[in-house]
Design a protein around this ligand. Sequence first.
Ligand code: PAF
Length: 282
Amino acid sequence: MEIIRTVAELKAKLSKAREAGSVGLVPTMGALHAGHLSLIERARKENDTVAVSVFVNPTQFNNPQDLTTYPRTEEADMALLEKAGVDYAFIPSVEEIYPTPDTRVFDLGPVAEVMEGAMRPGHFNGVAQIVSKLFDFTRPTRAYFGEKDFQQIAVIRRMVELEKFEIEIVDCPIKREDDGLAMSSRNVRLTPEQRAISPAIHRTLEGSLEWAAGHSVEETKHYVIDEINSFPHMQVEYYEIVDALTMQPITDWNETQQAVGCVTVFCGDVRLIDNIKYPSKK
Ligand code: PAF
């Protein structure tokens, strides 16, 4: 595996790789776990060359404390990437990516206005900035993203459409711990007590599938929020049931082919997100 720290070198290496065959890109912010490794494994199967970027992107953090406390584990990350058979690890500095401030504002539309978009102003524009730069530098055949950040994938698809990138966006299923907690780099910040309670998020979402069969969208939302809030340390920030493509909240199960419930929960001061797909009632 080659470790690359400059954009110039990345561009040179990947333009050669593209001449030779397909390129899979897995953008990450490091603190790698089995969830990331499942994306890399898939990219490895489907492409001749695999590149992984490790960059904690400041422009997508609307909360400065979240940026400072975001886990950074470069040495361990490089060992994992090497073992996973990655060809190129791109670990740039902030100055390398943003030699001048990125003032671009993307017209991301309704998919970016709800849920994370409403709670974290500027977050998705920052994601669009960094992912568009990475796509521009690497011009991959395919790029891989995890469905834990369900709305992020919709936003990235919109950015790809706006920028006219010819890149296949591959969404990959959520990877979970044995007790159901969705894998996330933020999980290491949970205290043992919070960690022990945190699987209640997924358990509640799963429980809501049965509940939803006999109840309205509104009742199902209340069920999930009340159930999660009944646990100590846990506070739901939002629970929305949305159309899987448009991200717009639904009020009736018949409004959509695929409803997805997206939740954000503060477990202590750690912000955890998860989601679940409801069977179609259309
Ligand atoms: O999902 C993430 O880890 C980040 O938002 C991404 C896509 C790597 C952009 O910084």
